[in-house]
Design a binder for this molecule. Structure first.
Ligand code: PGA
Ligand code: MG
Length: 226
């Protein structure tokens, strides 16, 4: 036990630890091209990220002409996932200050975990390629506990907290999926405003907003433990 208010910090992945839009975008656009659709520009792609690859594809199809049949959707999702796997870390980078923030939290005695709606296998692959997988005591993906239990459900947050030995926990994320999951898990949430934000920051429901990762330790320090 330290004087830091949290024992466990849970992190979202896409739009929080990593800027992955430059690899997710092309994967979506290959699938759209296979369906004869226009590409979705990068600025629009960022707004589609947060619910997992399936929701991203669903929204991209809606934005470019409408839904396809369920069977065709499954084929196109396979295209997205194959393309993404082949280029998972080509252009994806950690956000500025992430490594230092993780170091700082670890030095304050926090156990760290990842709770992402990206599937667990690509999440582990990406974290490994970026050299930070070993920093996390638990890594949960959107499929780990079944898609129906992905964020905004609290299940993966609660499971990760248990894996980390239990204690005072907080969530760090970038979208309403993270905020709703944290509220359902009854833990406070810091929102990174440099991520993909699917709502106005002031109205997203965060306990604290963080424009840069250097501010994470002090943002957490200022939060009340629920
Ligand atoms: O890939 C996505 O759409 C969501 O991933 P995230 O939960 O790490 O933001
Ligand atoms: Mg995110």
């Amino acid at each position: 036990m330290t004087d830091f208010p949290f024992d466990i910090v849970l992190f979202d992945l896409d739009g929080t630890l990593v800027d992955s839009a430059l690899d997710l975008g092309p994967a979506i656009n290959v699938a759209l091209a296979a369906e004869g659709r226009r590409s979705v520009p990068l600025a629009e792609i960022r707004q589609l990220i947060g619910g997992g690859a399936g929701i991203m594809l669903e929204r991209a199809l809606e934005a470019t002409g409408g839904a396809v049949s369920e069977a065709r959707f499954d084929e196109l999702l396979e295209v997205v996932l194959e393309q993404y796997w082949a280029h998972i870390a080509d252009n994806t980078v950690l956000y500025d200050g992430v490594l230092q923030a993780l170091d700082e939290l670890a030095s304050r005695g926090c156990t760290l975990a990842v709770c992402t709606n990206k599937a667990e296998e690509p999440a582990r692959e990406l974290l490994g390629k970026l050299g930070i997988a070993q920093r996390f005591a638990a890594i949960y993906g959107g499929d780990t506990l079944g898609r129906e239990n992905a964020k905004p459900a609290p299940d993966m947050l609660l499971a990760a907290i248990a894996d980390c030995g239990g204690g005072r926990a907080a969530m760090v994320g970038d979208t309403t999926y993270d905020v709703r999951a944290a509220k359902a898990a009854e833990i406070p949430v810091v929102v990174f405003t440099g991520g993909y934000l699917d709502a106005v920051p002031e109205e997203i429901g965060a306990d604290a907003l963080m424009p840069h990762f250097t501010e994470l330790p002090s943002a957490l320090d200022g939060l009340a433990v629920y």
